[in-house]
Design a protein around this ligand. Sequence first.
Ligand code: HEM
Length: 207
Amino acid sequence: MSSENTKLYFYPVWLRIWHAVNAIGIILLIITGFSLQSGIDSTFINFKLAVNIHNIAGITVAINYLLFFIGNFVTQNIKFYLIKPMGFIKRPMKQAYYYAFGMFRGMKAPYPLSEKRKFNPLQKYAYVGIMYVVVPIVIISGFALLFPEIIIEKVYTLSGVFLTAITHSAAGFFISIFLLIHLYVASIGKSPLENFKSIITGWHNIH
Ligand code: HEM
């Protein structure tokens, strides 16, 4: 895969639909979640409106997550998310060095993308962590907060609802940080917009 300008069809239609719905839903959740944190008297967004938007966006993101989860297993996309034990630390470290120093000194990317490698090791770790750990946590805790009667009353001296709410906020916070890093990393390419075009058209340019 070293030819001059190869195009690879990285993002099939189902994945692009999932990604677009997920991106819009999560942005709405972050904005309304942030507003809800500041309490019932928040002047940012009317509390009731924020609750309604947050609930609808949350349910949409949760249902849409099934598309991601099932789609990955039904198609071959899951293979890009598998982490090999060999070089478990060394590979992401090499990529981190490239992001922190190498790319500013004209170094070649240590893990160029190809038909077999859609993500570099750091991207892979971030996507696995966010999609298979943090997003499920936010969905499960959000579902529990929607039906608080299913939450256990006390864990030692602490209220179960309180612990669920803290877990939900912390996971939401992680997703916000992920999104900022995700947007920055996605802007690294031959031109800043190249990867954003790819997730819309489906085609990724290999230089
Ligand atoms: C405005 C919001 C977003 C934009 C503009 C955006 C942009 C992109 C771009 C350009 C790619 C392809 C290049 C790459 O892999 O870096 C991508 C892939 C991906 N994004 Fe996003 N993203 C957004 C929100 C999100 C959110 C909120 C999540 C998860 C919570 C997410 C998860 C992913 C995943 C898992 C992939 C890889 C999908 C695959 O090929 O299997 N993105 N995104």
